[in-house]
Design a protein around this ligand. Structure first.
Ligand code: ADP
Ligand code: MG
Length: 461
């Protein structure tokens, strides 16, 4: 019998077998492969020895009957042989199928995880690492966040990201969430605004009927995850009982080696009435600060906004926007959107003139440099600038140095690390100096007057 003919013949036999034999054996029949036919004897191969035994033992007569009918041969029969290669092939196919199923399951889990995160927390799909423009002010924060995303139970626990409003804290935090969902979908991620955490806790405490069940729901939501992202922790201030709960959440997760990421608009020590216990927990991992982006980064951000939305804008108009919105990326984006909207409504191109007429920014003063602050402060206290930047510890120089540090932080928005570099000190020393001056401003009249006058000399108030 020719090959094609043989195959057709087998299809016909197979059809008959399927329609006559019970469903429980159909899957074996489907895996049989025809190999030859000679005078009523049809040979098929199987990779499953159990199929061979089962079919022979239980259905031999029925099968033979069918073959006799089709072939009209007196001694027709089905010769089933077990073949190791067919077995291997079957095994491979089964493995491939399992892999595919596992992949599909992973994808499903990722989608479930993603929609869970989105519905539970309004996760913004824009807040991914690839949409974050990296400059020298946020490089450290970006790298810390990425490292945590890649290795969520590693050495940075908790990761505490702080900085003023609109500098990308929520963006980086959610980027960790997105990264995990797509690359590590088995991990459960929970993003929560601290406000929601507080409200959840308060409403559970109010529902006094079945407090235990309510509390267990609360635990499930916050204590039963692999990565928790807690946004804007500073709003927890003075909520004593919520702080206790938060400490419990923190300890449960921390002790299980789960990742905790927190953002705040200030360092833990500056959060009013934060318990000592929480404060020390927040400080025990890695703290990174985001500071306002410099001109180059701001320009890169608006350029990216334009190219991502396919908008053609004159370069000078983008430079104008980047120059005038220096303290807050949210406002920078807002300015760009405003200019685009205006251009679209009036059907104009985005030019420098258009940007100027829409935004009407005041020409900004030159930025104040650390050098200028150090010089004028040294002058005021009658010490020399070099000693301020050096290691002299006389009371006069130390005080002048602390005032200069305070002013650098207040007037330039630069990070403690940058200021530390300028003064050749550790950044913890800089933080301490800043805190000392700030804390004593009300009582130390001399320093208050000094700061007022130095600001005047710097032409800022
Ligand atoms: P924060 O949480 O610090 O107040 P957000 O993370 O909400 O700030 O950021 C404010 C806006 O600025 C968001 O739309 C965010 O995408 C954008 N943004 C902030 N920093 C960057 C950056 N480096 N690159 C791109 N977009 C940024
Ligand atoms: Mg935020």
């Amino acid at each position: 019998m020719e090959n094609i003919e043989l195959k057709r013949f087998w299809e016909k036999v197979k059809e008959e077998l399927i329609s006559s034999l019970p469903e429980s054996v159909h899957h074996w029949i489907y895996t049989l492969e025809v190999s030859g036919y000679d005078k009523g004897v049809l040979t098929v191969v199987t990779g499953q020895s159990i199929a061979l035994q089962w079919l022979k033992k239980n259905y031999n007569a029925q099968i033979t009957e069918i073959l006799k009918r089709i072939t009209k041969e007196e001694n027709a029969r089905l010769n089933i042989i077990y073949d190791i290669n067919a077995a291997k092939k079957l095994k491979k196919e089964a493995e491939k199928m399992h892999r595919k199923e596992a992949e599909a399951q992973q994808k499903e889990q990722a989608i479930e995880n993603l929609s869970y995160m989105q519905s539970a927390s309004n996760l913004n799909l824009k807040y991914k690492f690839e949409n974050f423009v990296v400059g020298k002010e946020n490089k450290f924060g970006y790298e810390a966040a990425l490292s945590v995303a890649k290795n969520p139970n590693g050495k940075y626990n908790p990761l505490f990201i702080y900085g003023k409003a609109g500098l990308g804290k929520t963006h980086l935090m959610q980027a960790i969430g997105h990264y995990t969902i797509f690359n590590n979908p088995k991990l459960k991620v929970k993003y929560t605004k601290t406000d929601d955490y507080i409200n959840d806790y308060i409403s559970i405490c109010r529902k006094s009927n079945d407090a235990i069940e309510n509390m267990s729901k609360f635990y499930k939501k916050y204590n039963n995850v692999d990565i928790i992202l807690i946004d804007d922790i500073q709003v927890i201030e003075s909520k004593q009982r919520t702080m206790e709960r938060m400490q419990h959440t923190f300890d449960t997760l921390y002790n299980k080696g789960k990742q905790i990421v927190i953002t705040s608009d200030r360092v833990p020590k500056e959060i009013p009435k934060l318990t000592e216990a929480l404060c020390s927990r927040f400080e025990m991992g890695l703290m990174v600060e985001l500071t306002p982006p410099d001109f180059e980064t701001r320009l890169a951000i608006v350029k990216k906004l334009a190219s991502d939305s396919g908008i053609n804008a004159e370069k000078s108009s983008l430079k104008y926007i980047a120059k005038h919105f220096s303290n807050n990326v949210r406002e920078l984006e807002g300015a760009f959107t405003k200019v685009c909207a205006y251009a679209e409504m009036t059907e104009n191109d985005i030019t420098l003139e258009l940007a100027k007429s829409v935004l009407k920014c005041k020409e900004t003063e030159d930025v104040i440099s650390f050098d200028k602050i150090a010089d004028i402060t040294a002058d005021y206290f009658n010490v020399d600038t070099e000693s301020i930047k050096g290691s002299a510890r006389t009371a006069k120089v130390s005080n002048a140095r602390q005032v200069a540090i305070y002013l650098c932080r207040e007037l330039t928005n630069q990070s403690y690390e940058c200021i530390a570099e300028f003064f050749n000190k550790k950044h913890t020393t800089i933080m301490y100096s800043y805190d000392q001056i700030k804390k004593n401003l009300g009582v130390n009249k001399e320093n208050s007057a000094a700061i007022r006058e130095i600001k005047q000399a710097l032409k800022v108030n």
